[in-house]
Design a protein around this ligand. Sequence first.
Ligand code: AMP
Length: 215
Amino acid sequence: MNIILLGPPGAGKGTQARRLVDERNMIQLSTGDMLREARTSGTEMGQVVADVMDRGGLVTDEIVIGLIEEKLEQDHGGGFIFDGFPRTLRQADALGELLAKHGTTLDAVIEMQVDDSALVARIVARSTCGACGEVYNDLTKPQPTDGKCSKCGASDFKRRADDNEESLRNRLMEYYKKTSPLIGYYYAKGELKSIDGLGEIDAIAGQIRDILDKK
Ligand code: AMP
């Protein structure tokens, strides 16, 4: 089963994707994670990517489509979760073509709806474990008081360089200008399912489970 988690920055796509990896043996394909890795490569491309990301802009379609194309070559086990991809109509078309080339399709596009005021509060409060990527939030899921990640035990927590208010404003603008048209695109294709992305992580996971179990 292949699904897209669609929603603005801070909607909780990464958190839910990680749960699906644990529960359903799916593979999370996060272009944001791939790009964060690429920016540490020391190459010219890495530097360009870093500048764009820090400003909260979108990296070129060519680069991200290339990253996804490479990942689709691997064995897909329980299916792929596309997290943060596609973000433009061009990427959406390319994804459809790439899946067709591999003889597979999309099963659902899950739009996580969260209002903008909640996004800003969530993002400035978020941190991740530097070792395993577990996501924490000062408001909803604080880092353990013993200073150790509840998943892997490491004690190296990070905050993202682009999780600040100025970059976030740009990321939201990019979302509304370039990514939100995908809601209509997938609705017209009959693939869109919308859920309420506010509330408890478990409750949101339950809504996603209901959608996937009906497939
Ligand atoms: P994310 O971790 O999904 O919030 O992505 C972090 C940043 O990586 C974004 O603000 C963009 O600069 C870049 N990025 C991630 N995915 C894409 C994509 N599909 N297309 C263009 N840029 C992307």
